[in-house]
Design a protein around this ligand. Structure first.
Ligand SMILES: [Zn+2]
Length: 271
């Protein structure tokens, strides 16, 4: 048994804890994150995978898949998938869907014109919670990690460099086991970039990793590595472009200075 399929936008009229079923196209798949219990064994760690989906209502939403659903996930970006019986979660005014023990994921068979129309409307999807202004984001910041979408103008963009990083947490690795994830994880070449953005009222410093840099520059990490001498011109082309970003942010302290640590999880140029 599954609840009737609704559009992503219709989640807006439902409350925290509601159970819904949606059919949506996958647009971003994050690696599994292991949430290790403070003490105790790794086998009991919760596994969480976050994916971003959008539908023909022109809205997108993040979905958290837990444990077996996170591990069995086999769908690709661009596939249309049905998410049955997921729970609505509203946290810090951010709406997402989260899997329960009886949630299910299956491919949605859609073909021809219906599929084309669906994908076309889903491509330009806006986040269901709308965008925060930079001022609102700064006012919201606390020592608890929060998430938001912003839309802003790029003032400057710089590629800081390549490093060998953990595929799970992105942090720099010096040995097979990741100091942050506290177990053995795969490594890959990663890229770090810093950008400053403004929205007419306030400005913000945002750090970002490989995926976001690839999406903003339209170049793969391999190409970016090959073309290191072109980095200044690749970066300057991004100035004055409008970018829509999903951000993770938190109030932090460094050398007794308070600042807001902002990392982009997804970044797209907005036309
Ligand atoms: Zn790690």
């Amino acid at each position: 048994m599954s609840s009737a399929v609704i559009k992503i936008i219709d989640n807006k009229s439902k409350s925290d804890g509601g159970i819904v079923t949606i059919a949506a196209v996958v647009s971003n798949i994050q690696e599994i994150n292991k949430l290790t219990p403070k003490r105790g064994d790794l086998n009991r760690a919760l596994r969480k995978r976050q994916i971003l989906v959008s539908d023909d209502s022109g809205h997108s939403i993040w979905i958290s898949l837990w444990n077996a659903l996170a591990e069995k996930w086999s769908y690709k970006v661009g596939e249309i998938v049905t998410f049955s019986n997921f729970k609505i979660r509203i946290f810090n005014n951010c709406r997402s869907l989260t899997s329960l023990s009886f949630s299910a994921v299956s491919i949605q068979n859609m073909s021809g014109k219906e599929r084309d129309t669906f994908l076309n409307l889903a491509t330009k999807a806006q986040p269901i919670d709308g965008y925060l202004s930079i001022k609102e984001l700064k006012a919201n910041a606390s020592d608890i990690e929060q998430f938001a979408w912003i839309k802003a103008n790029i003032l400057s963009f710089s590629i800081d460099g390549f490093y060998e990083g953990c595929v799970v947490c992105q942090k720099k690795k010096v040995s097979a086991d990741c100091l942050t994830c506290t177990n053995v994880t795969k490594s890959e070449v990663k890229l770090l970039a810093t950008m400053y953005v403004e929205d007419g009222v306030d400005s913000l410093k945002v750090r970002m990793f490989s995926d976001c840099v690839e999406s903003l520059t339209d170049l793969s990490i391999e190409k970016l590595k090959e073309r290191e001498t072109d980095h200044p011109s690749i970066c300057s082309k991004l100035a004055n472009q409008i970018v829509a970003m999903r951000l993770k942010y938190k109030q932090s302290t460094y050398c007794e200075q308070e600042f807001i640590d902002v990392i982009a999880l997804k970044a797209n140029r907005d036309s």
